[in-house]
Write a protein that binds this ligand. Sequence first.
Ligand code: PEP
Length: 253
Amino acid sequence: MRRPVIAGNWKMYKTVSESVETALALKPLVANANHCDVVIAPVFTALKTVADRIEGSNIRLSGQDCSTEVEEGAHTGEVAASMLRDVGCSHVIVGHSERRQFYGETDTMVQKKVLAGISMGLNVIMCVGESLGQRDQGIAENVVSGQLTGGLSGLTASDLDRIIVAYEPVWAIGTGRTATPEQAQEMHAFIRRVFAEGHSAEAAQKLRILYGGSVKPDNVAGLMSQDDIDGALVGGASLKADSFAQIVNYSRA
Ligand code: PEP
């Protein structure tokens, strides 16, 4: 039985005080959500303050990205995985499609970030997903398997326990257009097969695969009813405590 993960990606939204306000509003709403891991990813500048305010709760904290560099050094603008750990993060998101699309992130960079996160003891949520054009050309599976293989090479068997894959079709992110539960299930099952081939059947059975792309309170249950969907990475609907809490609570099997 894989424990679900419901993660909220707050992207580049909210000041520190707005982040704290949302996190504090969320705390009581998800306090009884023992069925899943609840994770929020505020902007870097809000992480420490939010961490202090959610201490002792069941909400876990994630960075939205980390540097490819492990050691501190002359890397202006970068934030190391160790620094995320230092402010109380247990998770980091890497390879989000917005970073791949708009900031030129390659699979090689994503792989370095995965290794950086793992080396600092973080749980790494690695995002993969095809664009609409790639889906229309019939190459969605090739794209996703390339991202998986590229991003996850060089890991040891024990590292795999801390990997979470988020399948986020680019055409469903922030568009209001979600993949159907069947479309998502088909790709999740494919991801599990690719992971089994690259690592082991046992690791693939344990791998948590989240769906992301316009997840809302009214579509999360349908998605979660699929065998290979183990949670959600939520953007827009995670910005408000009540809608994110509904997603968390409706994700109960
Ligand atoms: C995301 O940012 O990872 C995401 C899935 O966004 P949204 O839920 O808004 O589509």
